[in-house]
Design a protein around this ligand. Sequence first.
Ligand code: HEM
Length: 502
Amino acid sequence: MSLLSISYSILISNSLIVLLLTTIILYYKWSFNYWKKKKIPHPKPMIPFGNLLTYSYTLPSMHSFLKITYDLMKAEGHKHCGLYFVSRPFYMPVNPEYVKAILTKDFVHFADRGLYYDEKEEPLGAHLLVLEGEQWRKMRTKFTPTFTGGKIKLMFGGLMSCAQKMLEVVQETDVHPIDIKEICACFTTDVIGTCVFGINCKSFDESDAEFRRHGRRLFKMSFSFVLKIILSSSFRKLAKLLQVKIVNAEATEFFMEVVKKTIKYREEHNVTRNDFIQLLMDLRKTDKGLSINEIAAQSFLFFAAGFETSSTTMTFCIYELAHNQDIQEKVRKEIEDVLDKYDGVLTYDSVLEMKYLDRVIDETLRKHPPVPNLPRICTMDYKLPDGENYIEAGTHIFVPVFALHRDAEYYPDPEKFDPERFTEENKSKRHPYAYLPFGEGPRICLGQRFGQLQVKIGLITLIRRYCFTPNSNTPYPMDYDKNSIFLTVKDPVWINTKRITT
Ligand code: HEM
C-alpha cells in the first residue's frame, strides 16, 4: 500500500470519527433540551450519562441519586423536576400533592409502571407487577379476593409453624452473634413456600434448599442486572426484538414445575389446603380463562414481591431495636401484656391488639422502605397540577419514596428511629403521601396485609424470647447494597442475642 493511500485511509477514518462524535454530541444536545423546552426545572445534564454522574464520579444507587436530586430541587423551591438517565428524560414529583395526582387522583394517566415484559418469551415475567392496561385491571380484579382478611387468617397456622421452626433453629444453634439477615430470609422463604405453594421449603434444614437457592439467585442484584431492567424498560421495542429475558432461566423452569406438579397432584388426589395456590385453583374452577401460566406467574410474583420485602423489613426492624434498647423493651412489654390476656398463646386476634408493634414496624418501613422508588409511565398526555406544564405520554416517572421518608419537613431528625411519629395524632398532622412503603392508589401493594402479618409473627416470636444488642461488626448507619433495586443490605447483619429466661 502506498504512503498516499495510507494517509488517505487515515484521513477518511478520522473524518468518520469526527462525524460520529459530532452526531453523538448533537443528539445529546437535542435530547438535553427536552425539559428546558417544557419549562420544567432539572439539574444540568452531562454527556454521556445525563444526570447520573451529576453528583459523584461513580454511578450512585438509584435511591440515593433521587434523594440528592429531590433535596436540591426542594431547596430551590421546586415542586417537581425532570432528569436525564443517559439521554432519556424521566420525571420526578417532589411535592406530595403531585405524588397524589400521579398515584391516585389522575391514575388513568399513570396506570402502568412502564416495566419491560414479554409474555410469549417469558411467561413467568407476565405478572401483576408489570402487566399493563386492561390486562392488569382484569388480573388485579381476579386476584384481589385472594388477599382478604378472612383468607389471610386461614394461613395463620402455616405462618406459626414457620415461626416455630425459626425459633427452634435460633435456640438450637444459640450462637452469638447471629446473622439476622439470613435467619429472616430463611423464615420468609419458608412462609412463602408454605402459604403460597403449600410446600415445606426446609430453608433452615438444608443450606442449599431449592427455594432459598432460587431466592438468593433472583435477588442477587448486580449492576448489569439493574442496568438491564432500566434499559429494557426505556427501550421496550428494541428489548422485545432482542428477546431480552429478565427472570433467570433456571428459576423460570423451577417455578413452572412446582406450580404444575402441585396443581396436578392436588387435582388427582383431591387435596385441598389453606394456601394461595388453592385459592387460585378455586378461582380457576369459576374462571376457565385463567391459565396455568397465569397462575404460575402470579405465584412467582408472590414469592418475588413478598420474600425480599418482608425479609428486609424484619432484618431492619431487629437491627433498629438492637440499637434502641428502650424501644425494644417497650415493644417486648406490650407483647407480654397482650399475650397475658390470651394465656400466653399467640393468636390472630392478639396480633391485631399490638398497637406499639405496629408503630415500630411503620417506623422501620419509613426509615428503610424496601421499595425505595415507585416507577410509573405516563400513558396519556397530562396537564400538571400547576396548570402550565405537560408531561408527555411515554414519559417514565419515579416517585422518590426514600427521599420523602427522609425529608425533615415531614419527619424532623429523619435519621432518628422514633415510632412515636406514627401515633394517630402525629400521623394526622402529616401529608398522607409523604409515607408510601406499600405505594398508593389502585396499584398499591396487593400483599400488604399478608406481608405485615408475616413480619409481625416473625418479630413477636423472636422478641418474646431474645434480647438483641448490636455486635461490633454491625455498621450503624446501615450500608445499603448499591446494586439492588430494593433497599437492602449486602453483607450479613450480625446481632448479639441473649435468651430471656423468666
Ligand atoms: C413488607 C412487605 C412488603 C412491602 C414493603 C411491599 C411493597 C410493595 C410496593 C411498594 C409495591 C408497589 C406499589 C405501587 O407501585 O404503588 C408492591 C406491589 C405489589 N406487591 Fe408488595 N410489598 C410487601 C409484601 C408483599 C407480599 C407478601 C405480597 C404477596 C404475597 C406482595 C404482593 C404484591 C403485588 C402482587 C404487587 C403488585 C400490585 C399491582 O401492581 O397491582 N407484596 N409491594
